[in-house]
Design a protein around this ligand. Sequence first.
Ligand SMILES: Cc1ncc(COP(=O)(O)O)c(C=O)c1O
Length: 436
Amino acid sequence: MATRSSKAEDLNRAIGAECPAALSMLSARGRAIYFPYAGILGQSAEAKGKKYNATIGIALEEDKTPMRLACLMKPLAVDPAKVLPYAPSFGLPELRARWKELMLEKNPGLKGKAVSLPVVTQALTHGLAVAAYLFLEAGEEILFPEPYWDNYDLLFGVSFGARVTTFPCYAGGGFDVAGLRRVLAARRGGKIALLLNFPNNPTGYTPTESEMAGLAEALAEEAAQGSRIVAIIDDAYFGLVYEPGVARDSLFARIADAHPNLLAVKVDGATKEDYVWGLRVGFISFAAKGAGLEALAALEDKAAGSVRALISNCSHLSQTLLLEAFKSGDYAREKRAKHEVLKHRYEVLKREIETHPEYARSFAPLPYNSGYFMCLKPAPGLDAEKLRRRLLEKYDTGLIAMQGLLRIAFSSVPAGDLPTIVRNVHLACEEGRGGA
Ligand SMILES: Cc1ncc(COP(=O)(O)O)c(C=O)c1O
């Protein structure tokens, strides 16, 4: 039987043969991980369909259906076999295939490019953790624009020991592509781990068409200069774009076959796009110029090996519910309708700010055009945390204060309440300026 290290070496060889840069960017953990086909999982698979099969680590009824408590199944109008047994560590094959199809529909630019089959993760946080597991060594740097989702600190910094370096997201009214170019050039020749998230949490910003093209170009050109780049694309809020001229596709699609030194890692999922925050279904996918079926399958094995090692597999119930929804004839229409609800809230909020020039004395909105959120930068001399407290105590209004900003989650507020919230922020700012 192959030893642990020889199984990992086989995967490393497959990756290295097609994409040496990807192999060189794996962490020690990433190099060592493999999928244990030959262990309990493999032996169970071989026994599948046998008359006498005592390999499965779940309990079955006398009729060989999954053992179950009736009270637990009652609210679930689903076949117990589709929810109670373990799902594969890679995720349900049909769900993986469907998610990839959807990814191609949502990103026509991916047509004809080699992309791995998505591996199911326990939603996006875990997908990002799998990326960190595979590609980040303790002490290595990970770069992302600021402002950023604060859990990145806990995930990449505290949990994986990476060195978090941020750079400003904006220059003027848009994404600072030139700034990113400088950040990359300063690291030329080495390994660069970069994380980009659009639509962004907390800013609600997605690059315009030309900025997105500029970003893809900047990454490809830096790779061509000899840097090896692992670009982790956090697409949590994918599709929630509300303005014309803003990129509709993922940066992943634009860099999927850009350069052999540029490994694109897409972390996405149903959480925000399909409004299923508690189901916990996400995906991780890979692409790089030159990486063909063998290397991509080896990366899938490594991702699934990491799933197997840390959480074994993801919720079968959640995956089944999602797959049923994807198969439903109502899915696309219902999803569009929810998109319209969020877009309307975005428009109401934007109109409120635009039609009240006096608010400029209190705060400036950071550029926003998509997603769940937007941020207000309090005027000089005003402190976001003090404003947050004042809003809670005097205005019955809860916002998030982070990185010197006030974040409004318009996704979670009925449209009619949004003008009041913005006005309350203004009033709290006026009070703050008055020294109250
Ligand atoms: C930018 C970003 N990435 C990832 C996540 C994590 O999503 P999930 O709930 O699927 O783990 C969030 C959640 O707020 C997020 O805002």
